[in-house]
Design a binder for this molecule. Sequence first.
Ligand SMILES: [Zn+2]
Ligand SMILES: [Zn+2]
Length: 252
Amino acid sequence: MAVARDGAAAPTLILDAGTGVRRVTGLLAGQPFTGAILLTHLHWDHVQGLPFFRAGDREDASVTLLLPDQRDGCDAEEVLARGMSPPHFPIRPSQLRGRWTFGAIGPGSFQAGGFSVLACEIPHKGGRTLGYRVSDGRSVAAYVTDHCPTAFGPGPDGWGEYHPAALELAAGADVVVHDAQLLAEEVAAEAAFGHAAADYAVALAAQAGARRVVLFHHRPDRTDDALDELARRFAAAPVPVTVAAEEQILDL
Ligand SMILES: [Zn+2]
Ligand SMILES: [Zn+2]
């Protein structure tokens, strides 16, 4: 997800860097990327676009990349390099062109890419994961993905707990962009993979008083028809629901 301030020509904050980050180059109209990239965690689908992000991999780019501190004594570049260095990949992160700085972060508040950010730890599987709440002082977007709320128990609906970190990230947000890999009826069989049900995302947004929820991180085998069906499922939800599609733009 790429975030731009009101009136800005280009995004200055990117949340996660899966293959979709390549598309951000097209939003920059030939200019280099100057800003921050926040990773929620280090799984392949959240980092593998990095070396193909051409607006970030050029001599005049300036990028601050922050990822969750693994609490293992390794610095951020080293952690990222475990998946991006020979023999897995020709170069390591520090060899990207331009001025890149790498940092490890934990829960808390900080500034990144010209935005105020709150990071909260959320349950996932296999590695520390952060959710982010991003504000420009006027609008708030919560970005909560790879979230496994059943890790804290079944909760009132059986889809997982509406736990304090999730509620804090989503509280009153203009939009909550949330993991929707599963459907409620898939939770019993598949929640162990570390994801949330779309039904949970919608209920969380409603409970947190958010104004809109965007369902994304669809299960890889969902077809366009299945996603249309997902939209119909929540047509009468208490919070407006958007089923994310590639290159969607939201104006907050
Ligand atoms: Zn993921
Ligand atoms: Zn993951």
